[in-house]
Design a protein around this ligand. Structure first.
Ligand SMILES: [Fe+2]
Ligand SMILES: [Fe+2]
Length: 325
């Protein structure tokens, strides 16, 4: 009886043993031609201000809180996708996974540098949240590959919402903000858009079952945002502003704005027919990718001018000329 019901649930949820990938998966073209692993050669100033968006304490801590999760989340994504690459048999997807892993590895190394400075420059209590993150990702790493892939694909769907929000609303989010942190976050988001299909494809190639993927959307996004908000609150407490009415108002505004902008992407990801290929890419992202391609090899990344009205991509014709010569 137990065996029968267990077989029923395995069929309903689409579970199959490891090394038996989803035979119905077909790789289709991405929106971008290539996923490029670029050097993240940011050198953050030692005395960088953790409250890096002028007049926006809560917003600064919100993004810092998300940054704190990345050196725990992104190695987990890399490890999960590495496992998936061994379990599936699809050359173009395996090539995408290699590039995905290259990009995510650059991201978390750079986030780690930034997070160390945030802790050093006034917020040592963030270490408590880091210890909880380490513990949580250790137990998550022991789950089945399907659960880990569903989490990864779900998280990446939410990231796509973050990408559109942060890039399209950059003028209202980051006016006169620190140029290093703004440039770093937006470059990270550009690459997230570039590889947005990979974790989803890996899940579909390995399993493809709808319900575990839907649960993964809520699990992946809720887990990361939960830790991000916890880190934000920890930093606000460190400032001693956690009992102020103004802080409560700012928190409602900032967290509400985040949910308002990101939730539509999560809702669409919960559809059985979801495919991140249907989500468009911001024009600024395409301009950034084209501009970066013209940078001379080994050149330092130019920083975004956060005091400019439109915050254009930080590349110009000079770069193109330099490349052409
Ligand atoms: Fe990333
Ligand atoms: Fe990603």
């Amino acid at each position: 009886m137990f065996q029968l019901s267990s077989a029923f649930f395995r069929l309903t949820l689409g579970e199959r043993p490891v090394n038996e990938p989803n035979q119905t998966f077909r790789y289709t073209a991405k929106r971008v031609e290539h996923i490029i692993v670029r050097p993240f050669n940011f050198k953050f100033p030692e005395n960088i201000n953790p409250r890096w968006i002028p007049g926006q304490q809560v917003r600064s801590h919100l993004f810092n809180g998300m940054s704190l999760t990345m050196p725990y989340l992104e190695p987990f994504l890399v490890q999960t996708l590495r496992e998936a690459a061994l379990a599936i048999d699809n050359k173009p997807l395996q090539a995408d996974i290699r590039q995905f892993n290259g990009q995510e590895a650059s991201h978390y190394k750079c986030h780690r540098q930034l997070n160390d400075l945030l802790k050093h420059n006034g917020y040592p209590s963030l270490e408590i949240v880091e210890a909880l993150l380490a513990q949580s990702y250790l137990s998550l790493s022991k789950k089945s590959l399907r659960t880990k892939l569903a989490y990864s694909a779900g998280f990446e769907c939410m990231t796509n919402g973050f990408t559109h929000w942060m890039i399209n609303r950059r003028r209202s989010l980051f006016p006169r903000a620190d140029r290093h942190i703004t440039s770093f976050w937006l470059m990270h988001m550009v690459e997230e858009t570039e590889h947005k299909t990979v974790a989803f494809d890996a899940y579909m190639a390995y399993s493809g079952a709808f319900w575990p993927r839907a649960i993964g959307v809520l699990h992946g996004s809720g887990h990361v945002v939960g830790f991000g908000l916890r880190a934000m609150w920890t930093a606000i407490k460190e400032d001693g502003n956690h009992r102020k009415l103004r802080t409560a108002f700012e928190m409602m505004r900032e967290v509400g704005t985040m949910f308002w902008n990101v939730a539509p992407y999560l809702l669409r990801a919960l559809s059985p027919n979801h495919n991140p290929r249907r989500e468009g890419d911001p024009q600024w992202m395409k301009d950034w990718v084209a501009g970066h391609a013209m940078l001379p090899e080994g050149a330092q990344l130019p920083l975004i001018d956060t005091s400019a009205f439109d915050m254009p991509v930080p590349f110009n014709h000079t770069n193109a000329m330099a490349k052409a010569q």
